[in-house]
Design a binder for this molecule. Sequence first.
Ligand code: AMP
Length: 410
Amino acid sequence: MGTTNSAAAVMEAGRPVVIPSAEGPTVAGKMFPSVVAFTADGQLLVGEPAKRQATANPERTIFEIKRKMGTDYKVFIDGKSFTPQQISAFILQKIKKDAETFLGTPVKKAVITVPAHFNDNQRQATKDAGEIAGLEVVRIINEPTAACLAYGLDKADKEMKILVFSFGGGTHDVTIMDFGGGVFQVLATSGDTKTGGADIDNALMQYIISEYKTQTGIDLSTDKMAMMRLKEAAEKAKIELSNVVTTDIDLPFIAMKNNSPMHLHMTITRAKLEELALPIVQRIEEPIRKVLADAKLEPKDIDKIILIGGQTRMPLVRKFIEDLLGKPAERGVDPMECVAIGAAIQGAVLTGEVKDLLLLMYTVITWSRNSRRNIYQNNREKHNHTHQKKPDFHNCCRLSNNCYHTCPTR
Ligand code: AMP
């Protein structure tokens, strides 16, 4: 359940398979845009169809509902109010339906991932969304933990410190995890919920607008329809420039001048995009430094770096992080699919399909080092999920019989 996009995977014959949406792969991959829209004629659109009509129907299109999970926020449409859980449930229902079409069987249970920094309200709201969508949510796990599972780090036989960096459409965050004896623990997490890939699209858009104004005298920023086309084209060019060093933007009939149609044609190089993106990419340095300081670690103490989120596909982003930490990031799993793949692996562990995992225990960030160590030790000895008599760290652990969140008392 991403802020901008969501993704789903299933284990088939022991391997994780990413589920495509009914509309086919989107511009950024096999994603389900986390967008819900209510059309004027009463239709509910979810995913790619909702995203496509957003500019024409902005008041009735809902983006980034994940930011509101666990709050009292309401969406009001045609006199009806919807909670963030209900809006999220529409996205999950769409994923469930497309997964059922893809698999040819009903889908009843799900593992859903959340950011490591989500509190208990946000986790409970996510679980509720799943249940409204008709899914039994068998576990809520942290996104960075899921990413580690996708890379098979749970099979490592040594302790390690793992830094998971996530850069999506609207946010970025970084988590340091400690792994040992089958246990993943969050040592520290930090981030910025206001900087994401959309800021890079916007920087490129502003550049195109200014170049076009110099060339033609036309200010595209005052034309809503032109801005919509430009936004799509800028994101598409940005994505292409992760693989090629130059690309063309072609937008015919973008404006009128002296009663004649005007077209936009511009070549954008990767170097130009990187120049525009650098001030935005530099903003990721602060949370990375903060998370290292909070975990009382130096870059040299980090054993593995994992990148998740679509924006980490940009070569500049990978290079920036690798230079900052002085070591290469892992490769081999698509950063946009990584978390969904990890969730599928967790699902297979819960159904018994995957057996070679020891214990998966998810812990929160706010504990003192001592209590963390005690629980860690205790779990390493027990290697199971029996509920131990321990002080109640959270009330929420009484909410469900399933071990669905990070509560250390489970
Ligand atoms: P997410 O929130 O993880 O779905 O990531 C979405 C963000 O990743 C959007 O800003 C996309 O434009 C961006 N993105 C997706 N694929 C790429 C790519 N190949 N290169 C650069 N950015 C990308």
